[in-house]
Design a protein around this ligand. Structure first.
Ligand SMILES: [Zn+2]
Length: 719
């Protein structure tokens, strides 16, 4: 399965341009340190484990001042490097940049929590106000002429006398990043470049706040007699949400994926399914002041103009040059190689569902709001697999133990809960574990888990770091977190999750393991290559269905009995089930993302473009894009996944191919030799080596598409 709701960008995507870290020891800085101490968000982290964020003291009121002060300090660091009278060297320029902006980096740990985990109207106002200022800040660094000339001097020198491998990689990545962000432009073009970025940053914020608005303001309330098909746990939590919203005695279906998806899968109320479906897929597209269509057109125009300043034909070409795919054509080729098989499978799935509907005497033609409902019926009939039955073996606590077991076997990690209250958290739901090496006991980091949905928390699941591993200024340990939106059960009830959600749980933990296992020296080398960083996490999903995990952790929540072998067999057989739906809804989004950025944005009508492009692709009418354009936050609430949504499939080719390596090994998924290569080549180096090269070291060759087609149950293309 491809997963799409993950985001693990540490801060604002604009800030990812340059790694911000610093240590400030000189006198000038001492005064600054005095001043910054007034604001808790800027302060150095204290307490156990080399210091931890003071989440318990975090206050929205401090954010604006902290960000502004952090930017001021960051710019001072940069000015000092740029104006250094000494000739440029790796140490006084590149390494010094790696050290710069540490205060702002700390503020962004809090900022990330306040925007993703604990958002509020108050914070959103601050965010809106700060977005253009942060854009200015980034421009001031990326367009600092003196700074760039120093970077260029180090880069040029390294082309004749090369540096140590990791230093060379940092130089290459830093130079490339500046070049890609307009550092080589003349003064006039640079000015326009900065204006564009500033404008974009405001539109991005507006875009995501519009989606959030529509998620919060379209709630469907059900009466007692409209609960047909829904499970007891679902109705219980729906009742609680309704009562929290002041609608006692009713049941609330919120406008988020975690509420919409199960409702559409199980509710027997077709008209209500249509309503919930419409609400969800109309987010950002309601023709009111929160409509995103015009914003998207503006974004596309500005992006095209910006890359045009640097001589690129389109945004996609500019974006993909430092990705594993390298060019839009390579990405399109992969997507179009899979697309025909995906839509052909949809036809079969619709036929199966229509047959079930007819046999039931339901006088209907399958519509998009029927897909999940009848797919579930087909699943039960064809695979005799009842998702609710499976859920009874998927308890959040046991799954968490399963993650730890997997990490223990592959990475030699041990997870120990830290004493309650010893590490500050931002909400009572958040739990913290210490990660150590099983043999040496060496401290590796802390793992924070924020499992439950709540108001102000964005939907989906994601992983992030508060602190990353580096060694260039002495070892820094990792603070990583996983965030999910499991529905919090009524008191005393266990948290039972779906197979898909359990898979996602493993996926996000894969990102965390990728953070923990880093062995890089410099912060920049922790950066991700977008079409590669989903690979490690997608690969980790595979351990959920290994025998070791199944037998020990997938046990019934009442009887404690392991999940029956027959049920496991059914799950495995059903793993290719509904791949037409899954692959098509994903690929439709990925194709639209790419095509929007290859198109001429002048006078573009977004709604029409989406409709016509899907028609040209022969998009089956029985389903929609997983993320329709007006709500496609991956692509339009920042630049993190713009022309990069294809990356999930790119990574999935690697995932399927790499998991074949385990299947072929004598020890299977726990084979010690393959696991060692996995850690050494695919996880620990992060971006300190070229991903294609790292993969070859693991596999002995490049990845092939065959395993992916097989995993999805599609015909394997003949050579
Ligand atoms: Zn991910």
């Amino acid at each position: 399965m491809t997963k799409h709701n993950f985001r693990h960008i540490k801060t604002l995507s604009l800030c990812a341009l340059i790694a911000f870290t610093t240590s400030c020891k000189d006198d000038e800085k001492k005064q600054d340190t005095m001043a910054k101490n007034e604001n808790i968000l800027l302060q150095e982290w204290t307490g156990p484990f080399d210091g931890v964020p003071a989440f318990d003291k975090m206050n929205v009121k401090d954010v604006k001042e902290a960000v502004e002060r952090g930017m001021e300090l960051g710019l001072k660091d940069i000015e000092k490097i740029a104006n250094n009278p000494e000739p440029p060297t790796f140490e006084n320029t590149i390494a010094a940049m790696e050290r710069s902006g540490k205060e702002l980096d700390r503020v962004f740990t809090y900022y990330g929590i306040l925007s993703s985990n604990m958002s509020s109207p108050e914070f959103r106002d601050i965010q809106t106000e700060l977005a253009p200022k942060l854009s200015d800040y980034n421009s001031k660094i990326s367009q600092n002429e003196k700074l760039f000339q120093r970077i260029k001097a180090v880069y040029d020198a390294s082309q004749t006398t090369s540096l140590e491998d990791d230093q060379q990689r940092v130089v290459d990545l830093t130079y490339k990043s500046f070049e890609m962000n307009g550092a080589n432009l003349d003064a006039e073009k640079k000015k326009r470049y900065a204006e564009i970025n500033k404008e974009l940053s405001s539109i991005y914020t507006k875009f995501s706040n519009n989606v959030l608005h529509d998620e919060e303001n379209y709630v469907t309330y059900l009466n007692e007699d409209q609960l047909g098909g829904l499970s007891e746990s679902f109705t219980k939590s729906a009742a609680k949400i309704a009562s929290d919203k002041g609608q006692d005695g009713k049941y609330a279906i919120t406008n988020t994926r975690s509420s919409m998806d199960p409702f559409l899968t199980y509710s027997t109320e077709r008209e209500l399914r249509k309503k919930v479906w419409n609400n969800y897929y109309s987010r950002g597209d309601n023709g009111d002041e929160f409509d995103n269509n015009e914003l998207i057109a503006q974004i596309l125009k500005l992006r095209k103009e910006r890359v045009g300043l640097m001589g690129y034909d389109n945004y996609a070409e500019w974006r993909l040059q430092d990705r594993m795919a390298k060019t839009p054509e390579n990405a399109m080729d992969l997507m179009m190689a899979v697309w025909p098989a995906a839509i052909a499978r949809v036809k079969e799935e619709v036929a199966d569902m229509q047959a079930v509907a007819n046999a039931n005497g339901d006088n209907i033609t399958i519509e998009p709001w029927d897909y999940r409902y009848y797919a579930e019926k087909v699943r039960q009939k064809k695979y005799d697999l009842d998702s609710e039955e499976v859920k009874q073996y998927l308890q959040l606590d046991k799954l968490t133990q399963a993650l730890f077991y997997t990490a223990g076997r592959l990475f030699n990690y041990e997870f120990t809960p830290v004493a309650e209250g010893s590490v500050p958290v931002f909400h009572d739901d958040v739990k913290v574990w210490e990660v150590t090496d099983k043999d040496s006991g060496k401290h590796i980091g802390l793992w924070y888990l924020d499992p439950f949905a709540r108001e102000g928390k964005r939907s989906g699941a994601w992983a992030t770091t508060y602190r990353s591993h580096t060694t260039y200024d002495g070892p820094e340990t990792v603070l990583a977190s996983n965030n999910s939106n499991f529905v919090k059960p009524a008191p005393g009830e266990p948290v039972l999750v779906s197979w898909d959600d359990a898979t996602t749980f493993f996926h996000e933990f894969g990102h965390a393991l990728h953070f923990f296992s880093s062995n890089v020296k410099y912060p920049t080398l922790n950066g991700g290559v977008r079409d590669y960083t989903e690979f490690q996490s997608q690969l980790l999903e595979r351990w959920l269905s290994t025998d070791e995990v199944i037998n020990q952790f997938l046990v019934h929540y009442k009887t404690g009995e392991p999940i029956p072998a027959a049920l496991v067999e059914k799950i495995k057989k059903a793993s290719t089930f509904n791949q037409g739906f899954g692959t098509t809804e994903y690929l439709a989004s990925a194709l639209i993302d790419m095509k929007l950025h290859l198109a001429d944005p002048e006078n573009i009508d977004i709604d029409k473009f989406e409709r016509e492009t899907l028609k040209e692709l022969n998009m089956p009418k029985e389903l929609v894009m997983r993320h329709r354009t007006p709500q496609f936050g991956h692509v339009f609430s920042g630049e993190g996944y713009a022309t990069a949504y294809y990356g999930y499939m790119w990574a999935d080719v690697l995932t399927s191919d790499a998991s074949e390596a385990f299947k072929e090994a004598p020890g299977g998924f726990y084979d010690a030799d393959v696991a060692k290569k996995l850690v050494n080549y695919l996880f620990a180096p992060r971006n300190s080596m070229d991903p294609a090269e790292a993969y070859r070291l693991f596999r002995g060759r490049d990845a092939k598409i065959e395993a992916l087609m097989k995993d999805r149950g599609f015909p394997v293309p003949k050579k």
